[in-house]
Write a protein that binds this ligand. Structure first.
Ligand SMILES: [Cu+2]
Length: 621
């Protein structure tokens, strides 16, 4: 609208604001530059909470006004300014509340929370003594850390206390700090199926706009990952394992003894928890580090809006990674070593399999029903209407394999070999896996793609679609991948895969899981005195809190955990424990047990609050 000329002139002369001044932009904080002034063992830090405009995608993308911490005289940051000091540093803090009409309560700085009314400044003096990873957080809504949803949900900053420089030379830290944040409209929980707005960010940005971390082969990569959200996050690393060095809850951080460090590719990060991890890439190329809950990394609209029904169909997407994922994902690029020879391809020894991906009877476009079949020799197996999960693929450690994924469905797909340490190009993230210009293509309708790898480790892994994950995994595109030691035979009478997935209809999904693709898995027949192995895998789409329990007459028995995520528990650390274990999305776990008495046993699949989701009945003879 045109302003009347006189008013326009007056505005010019008198600088009358014609509209409110634009808010200042929040800086995206990569958590590399510590805040404040450090001198003689004292950090002077003047913080302020203000309202700022946040751009979680790109500098010119959609934006939202939120509350943010900043240093006084500098721009606000999301996440808040990094406090990073050597152990023993005294912090001289001032905290100002520049948000109108609020009571700001800040936790994690000094022993007590700091309450600051609008326009006021509070001071605190405290010492940071214990090395580790922590965070501070504020609220103006009176909510707890994870329950902040809108305006105050980004009032979070990392605190890192480094070992004293007298102990450790003061080289610039090479670790990276990744703060997971969330803005949502409802809190969620086990039974909430869809949240309208759900914006997951890492260091203030959502995928594919999160920072791309670049390393060289042989680098030790060290991350401090902070979950300041209400949701748990199983953090899956593609193509490699990491060691968890420490875990914390924001105010306490515990370092594992060297021998106790979990060795995983899928580490569980509950709400409010932190973990410090490290890994050394052995393969160059592009790798993902992402939450394995599809709702947390599937494609969403601007500012995390639930995409419209049409937009949620991936049929046209050719670049899955960039067009069909968002949220809680980091991309890592590992540069090849100069002059390093690529792995020698020995085709004469390569076992060739075809993995047929086909539409099953009963499939509809709205609720697709797809199946995997393995075709190794002879005629192609017929399409069956059996279990809604792929058959186990049995491979041998050290034996090269070529698995040709043949897509005969009506939508593009791509298969990820979950937990296998392989070349990036075969990792299955269409549009992302690979090196430089050679990126994995999506497997289009009526097309195929040969994944080549040599499993370096015997154990329990998975193969599953990495396209439109929620839809295609529920359609049935997930199975177990078992890698045996050379010379070992797979014995289905003593070795039991137990793959958990989600039913495709939303009513069953509320109360049940599929066990090996079935709501009614057949009972197992065991004999006393025989040792059995069970291989558990959770590829459900929303059941991150699953517990598995083996019991007799209502009493949990004992078993021995022998592997997690495909990596063996060292023999000397294998001890019988109570037969109950958590299995989050993306986890695999192997246990061994020997029945000692005849009778009936049960393997129950339970929610975190012990509601029954499914069971296998076991007859011991
Ligand atoms: Cu998550």
């Amino acid at each position: 609208m045109k302003k009347p000329l006189l008013l326009a002139l007056l505005s010019t002369v008198l600088y009358l604001p014609s509209e409110p001044p634009p808010r200042e932009r929040a800086l995206i904080n990569d958590n590399r530059a510590p805040a404040g002034r450090l001198a003689s063992g004292v950090l002077t830090l003047d913080l302020e909470a203000r309202v700022a405009t946040w751009y979680p995608e790109t500098d010119s993308g959609p934006s939202v006004d939120v509350q943010a911490f900043g240093e006084v005289g500098k721009r606000p940051q999301i996440p808040g300014p990094l406090i990073r000091v050597p152990a023993g540093t005294t912090v001289q803090l001032s905290m100002r509340n520049a948000i109108p009409n609020t009571m700001l309560v800040v936790h994690g700085l000094s022993r007590d929370s700091i309450r600051v009314a609008s326009g006021e400044t509070q001071r605190a003096r405290f010492k940071l003594d214990v090395p580790g990873t922590y965070y501070y957080w504020g609220s103006t809504s009176g909510r707890r850390l994870g329950n902040r949803m809108h305006e105050d949900a980004q009032l979070t900053g990392a605190i890192v206390v480094d070992a004293s420089p007298r102990v450790q030379p003061s080289t610039p830290p090479r670790d990276r700090i990744l703060v997971i944040g969330l803005m949502a409209d409802t809190m969620g929980g086990e039974d909430v199926l869809s949240r309208e707005h759900l914006l997951f960010v890492i260091n203030g940005r959502t995928w594919p706009h999160t920072e791309r971390l670049v390393y060289a082969m042989g680098d030790t990569i060290r991350w401090r990952v902070l979950n300041t959200t209400v949701d748990p996050h199983p953090m899956h690393l593609h193509g490699a394992y990491y060691r968890v060095e420490a875990t914390g809850n924001g105010t306490r951080d515990s370092t594992f003894a060297v021998d106790d460090r979990p060795f995983v590719n899928n580490g569980y990060l509950p709400p409010g928890r932190t973990m410090t991890l490290f890994w050394t890439p052995e393969h160059p190329g592009n790798w993902l580090f992402h939450c394995h809950i599809p709702e947390h990394f599937s494609f969403r609209g601007p500012l995390g809006a639930l995409p419209s029904h049409d937009a949620s169909r991936a049929h046209g997407a050719t670049n899955h990674a960039l067009q069909r994922m968002s949220g809680l994902v980091m991309g890592v690029t590992v540069r090849p070593r100069n002059g390093a020879a690529s792995a020698r391809d020995d085709d004469s020894r390569r076992r060739q399999l075809r993995l047929l991906v086909r539409t099953k009877p009963g499939s509809t476009p709205a609720t697709p029903y797809y199946g995997f079949s393995i075709h190794e020799r002879g005629a192609e197996p017929a399409v069956d209407s059996g279990p809604r999960a792929g058959p186990p693929i049995i491979l041998v450690r050290g034996q090269p394999v070529g698995i040709t994924v043949v897509n005969r469905t009506e939508e593009p797909t791509s298969i990820h070999w979950h937990g296998i340490e392989l070349e990036s190009y075969f990792d299955g993230v269409a549009g992302f896996s690979g090196i430089e210009q050679r990126l994995t293509p999506v497997v289009a309708q009526r097309d195929s793609f040969e994944a080549r790898f040599t499993p370096p480790r015997a154990g329990t892994f998975m193969y599953h679609t990495h396209v439109d994950e929620e839809r295609q995994q529920r359609a049935g595109l997930a199975g177990m991948l078992v890698v045996l030691e050379p010379g070992q035979k797979f014995d289905p009478s003593s070795d039991f895969p137990v793959l958990l997935s989600s039913p495709s209809d939303s009513v069953s999904e509320l109360t049940r899981v599929l066990i090996n693709g079935s709501l009614t898995p057949p009972p197992l027949s065991l004999r006393t005195g025989v040792s059995y192995r069970m291989r558990f895998a959770n590829i459900t789409t929303r059941r991150s809190g699953i517990q598995l329990a083996l019991s007799r007459d209502g009493t949990v028995t004992t078993w021995t955990q022998i592997a997690k995520d495909g990596a063996d528990v060292p023999r000397e650390r294998r001890v019988p424990t109570a037969a109950r274990v958590g299995l989050t999305i993306g986890d695999t776990r192997d246990v061994e047990f020997t029945p000692t008495e005849r009778g009936e046993m049960r393997l129950d699949v339970l929610t975190a609050s012990s509601k029954l989701l499914g069971a296998i009945v076991i007859h011991v003879r």
